[in-house]
Design a protein around this ligand. Structure first.
Ligand SMILES: [Fe+2]
Length: 195
Protein backbone atom coordinates (compact mmCIF):
# COMPACT_ATOMS: atom_id res chain seq x y z
CA UNK A 1 0.00 0.00 0.00
CA UNK A 2 2.81 2.42 0.87
CA UNK A 3 4.61 1.75 -2.42
CA UNK A 4 1.42 2.27 -4.45
CA UNK A 5 0.66 5.50 -2.59
CA UNK A 6 4.19 6.78 -3.10
CA UNK A 7 3.95 6.15 -6.85
CA UNK A 8 0.59 7.98 -7.02
CA UNK A 9 1.99 11.00 -5.12
CA UNK A 10 5.27 11.03 -7.03
CA UNK A 11 3.47 11.01 -10.39
CA UNK A 12 1.52 14.09 -9.36
CA UNK A 13 4.63 15.69 -7.88
CA UNK A 14 6.35 15.76 -11.28
CA UNK A 15 3.77 18.16 -12.67
CA UNK A 16 2.85 20.14 -9.58
CA UNK A 17 4.79 23.36 -10.25
CA UNK A 18 4.56 25.74 -7.29
CA UNK A 19 3.29 22.95 -5.03
CA UNK A 20 6.55 21.02 -5.44
CA UNK A 21 8.01 21.75 -2.00
CA UNK A 22 4.84 20.72 -0.16
CA UNK A 23 4.57 17.66 -2.34
CA UNK A 24 8.13 16.72 -1.50
CA UNK A 25 7.44 17.10 2.25
CA UNK A 26 4.54 14.65 2.04
CA UNK A 27 6.41 12.16 -0.16
CA UNK A 28 9.47 12.18 2.14
CA UNK A 29 7.31 11.79 5.26
CA UNK A 30 5.57 8.77 3.77
CA UNK A 31 8.76 7.30 2.39
CA UNK A 32 10.61 7.61 5.73
CA UNK A 33 7.73 6.78 8.06
CA UNK A 34 8.35 3.94 10.47
CA UNK A 35 5.23 1.80 10.74
CA UNK A 36 4.49 -0.58 13.61
CA UNK A 37 1.49 -2.77 14.24
CA UNK A 38 -0.84 -0.71 16.43
CA UNK A 39 -1.88 -2.01 19.81
CA UNK A 40 -5.04 -1.18 21.79
CA UNK A 41 -6.37 1.16 22.98
CA UNK A 42 -7.20 2.43 19.49
CA UNK A 43 -8.62 5.90 18.85
CA UNK A 44 -12.17 6.27 17.57
CA UNK A 45 -15.25 4.09 17.49
CA UNK A 46 -16.87 1.65 15.09
CA UNK A 47 -18.59 2.95 11.95
CA UNK A 48 -22.23 3.93 12.63
CA UNK A 49 -24.63 1.59 10.83
CA UNK A 50 -26.29 4.53 9.05
CA UNK A 51 -22.98 5.33 7.28
CA UNK A 52 -22.24 1.75 6.17
CA UNK A 53 -24.16 2.11 2.84
CA UNK A 54 -22.31 5.39 2.15
CA UNK A 55 -18.92 3.72 2.64
CA UNK A 56 -19.92 0.71 0.55
CA UNK A 57 -21.19 2.90 -2.29
CA UNK A 58 -18.11 5.11 -2.24
CA UNK A 59 -15.75 2.12 -2.36
CA UNK A 60 -17.76 0.52 -5.19
CA UNK A 61 -17.51 3.73 -7.24
CA UNK A 62 -13.80 4.39 -6.48
CA UNK A 63 -11.38 4.45 -9.45
CA UNK A 64 -9.69 1.13 -10.26
CA UNK A 65 -8.44 2.08 -13.70
CA UNK A 66 -4.81 2.05 -12.62
CA UNK A 67 -2.76 -0.75 -10.99
CA UNK A 68 -1.69 1.46 -8.08
CA UNK A 69 -5.26 2.48 -7.31
CA UNK A 70 -6.32 -1.17 -7.37
CA UNK A 71 -3.54 -1.98 -4.86
CA UNK A 72 -4.45 1.00 -2.68
CA UNK A 73 -8.19 0.26 -2.65
CA UNK A 74 -7.66 -3.44 -2.05
CA UNK A 75 -5.44 -2.64 0.96
CA UNK A 76 -7.98 -0.11 2.28
CA UNK A 77 -10.86 -2.56 1.97
CA UNK A 78 -8.87 -5.10 4.00
CA UNK A 79 -7.90 -2.55 6.67
CA UNK A 80 -11.35 -0.96 6.96
CA UNK A 81 -12.86 -4.11 8.46
CA UNK A 82 -10.68 -3.51 11.55
CA UNK A 83 -10.45 0.29 11.44
CA UNK A 84 -11.69 2.70 14.05
CA UNK A 85 -13.46 5.85 12.92
CA UNK A 86 -13.19 9.43 14.16
CA UNK A 87 -15.24 12.53 13.39
CA UNK A 88 -14.61 16.23 13.36
CA UNK A 89 -16.74 18.26 15.73
CA UNK A 90 -18.91 20.92 14.12
CA UNK A 91 -18.01 24.50 14.93
CA UNK A 92 -20.35 27.43 15.37
CA UNK A 93 -22.03 28.16 12.05
CA UNK A 94 -21.44 24.67 10.61
CA UNK A 95 -24.25 22.46 9.36
CA UNK A 96 -25.80 20.84 12.48
CA UNK A 97 -25.95 17.48 10.69
CA UNK A 98 -22.29 17.57 9.68
CA UNK A 99 -20.92 15.50 12.54
CA UNK A 100 -23.13 12.48 11.88
CA UNK A 101 -22.76 12.62 8.09
CA UNK A 102 -19.03 12.04 7.86
CA UNK A 103 -16.25 9.92 9.36
CA UNK A 104 -12.51 9.32 8.98
CA UNK A 105 -11.05 5.81 9.26
CA UNK A 106 -7.67 6.08 11.00
CA UNK A 107 -5.18 4.01 9.01
CA UNK A 108 -1.76 5.27 10.17
CA UNK A 109 -0.88 7.42 13.16
CA UNK A 110 -1.14 7.53 16.92
CA UNK A 111 -3.87 5.18 18.06
CA UNK A 112 -4.37 3.84 14.51
CA UNK A 113 -4.20 0.31 13.12
CA UNK A 114 -0.63 1.02 12.09
CA UNK A 115 1.24 3.07 14.66
CA UNK A 116 3.29 5.93 13.19
CA UNK A 117 4.67 9.03 14.94
CA UNK A 118 5.62 11.03 11.83
CA UNK A 119 2.52 10.66 9.67
CA UNK A 120 -1.23 10.46 10.14
CA UNK A 121 -3.22 8.89 7.29
CA UNK A 122 -6.97 8.53 7.20
CA UNK A 123 -9.80 7.77 4.82
CA UNK A 124 -12.46 10.49 4.70
CA UNK A 125 -16.03 9.57 3.86
CA UNK A 126 -18.80 12.15 3.49
CA UNK A 127 -22.44 11.75 2.58
CA UNK A 128 -23.73 13.54 -0.55
CA UNK A 129 -24.22 17.33 -0.50
CA UNK A 130 -22.06 18.02 2.53
CA UNK A 131 -19.43 20.71 3.04
CA UNK A 132 -16.44 20.07 5.31
CA UNK A 133 -15.69 23.04 7.62
CA UNK A 134 -13.00 25.45 6.42
CA UNK A 135 -9.92 24.76 8.51
CA UNK A 136 -6.12 24.97 8.61
CA UNK A 137 -3.30 23.19 10.44
CA UNK A 138 0.50 23.46 10.59
CA UNK A 139 1.27 20.10 8.91
CA UNK A 140 1.36 19.91 5.10
CA UNK A 141 -1.39 17.65 3.81
CA UNK A 142 -2.12 15.49 0.79
CA UNK A 143 -5.36 14.01 -0.48
CA UNK A 144 -5.65 11.15 -2.94
CA UNK A 145 -9.11 11.79 -4.38
CA UNK A 146 -11.21 8.63 -4.76
CA UNK A 147 -14.56 10.11 -5.87
CA UNK A 148 -16.14 13.13 -7.45
CA UNK A 149 -16.06 16.16 -5.18
CA UNK A 150 -14.85 19.74 -4.88
CA UNK A 151 -11.76 20.89 -3.02
CA UNK A 152 -11.00 24.41 -1.80
CA UNK A 153 -7.71 26.10 -1.04
CA UNK A 154 -7.51 29.77 -0.18
CA UNK A 155 -5.06 30.65 -2.96
CA UNK A 156 -6.90 28.61 -5.61
CA UNK A 157 -10.63 28.62 -4.82
CA UNK A 158 -12.87 25.62 -5.53
CA UNK A 159 -11.97 22.96 -8.09
CA UNK A 160 -12.81 19.33 -8.90
CA UNK A 161 -9.65 17.19 -9.06
CA UNK A 162 -11.71 14.20 -10.25
CA UNK A 163 -11.37 10.57 -9.13
CA UNK A 164 -7.68 9.68 -9.14
CA UNK A 165 -6.60 13.28 -8.61
CA UNK A 166 -4.13 14.42 -5.95
CA UNK A 167 -4.38 17.58 -3.82
CA UNK A 168 -1.61 19.16 -1.73
CA UNK A 169 -2.17 21.80 0.93
CA UNK A 170 0.78 23.82 2.22
CA UNK A 171 1.19 24.25 5.99
CA UNK A 172 -1.52 26.49 7.52
CA UNK A 173 -3.40 27.10 4.23
CA UNK A 174 -7.18 27.40 4.72
CA UNK A 175 -8.90 24.52 2.92
CA UNK A 176 -12.13 22.57 2.65
CA UNK A 177 -13.97 20.03 0.51
CA UNK A 178 -17.56 19.28 -0.39
CA UNK A 179 -19.42 16.33 -1.87
CA UNK A 180 -21.60 16.32 -4.96
CA UNK A 181 -24.83 14.29 -5.13
CA UNK A 182 -22.64 11.22 -4.48
CA UNK A 183 -20.52 10.30 -1.44
CA UNK A 184 -17.06 11.81 -1.20
CA UNK A 185 -14.13 9.46 -0.58
CA UNK A 186 -10.49 10.55 -0.18
CA UNK A 187 -7.35 9.29 1.49
CA UNK A 188 -5.55 12.07 3.37
CA UNK A 189 -2.18 12.34 5.04
CA UNK A 190 -0.66 14.83 7.48
CA UNK A 191 3.11 15.03 7.77
CA UNK A 192 4.48 15.51 11.29
CA UNK A 193 8.08 14.96 10.30
CA UNK A 194 10.64 17.34 11.81
CA UNK A 195 14.08 17.92 10.39
FE1 LIG B 1 -7.00 19.45 6.54
Amino acid sequence: MREALLRILARHSQGSGDDGVDTEICVCALSNARLDIGLPPFSGTSLPACLEPTVARALADAPRTDRDFKILLSALETLLSSSRWIKRSASEGDDDAFEERHRHALILGKGALLECSTLTVGLAVMEPKLCYPYHKHPPAEFYVVLSEGYWYREDVGWWNPGPGGVVFNPPSAVHSMRSTDKPLLALWGLSHAVD
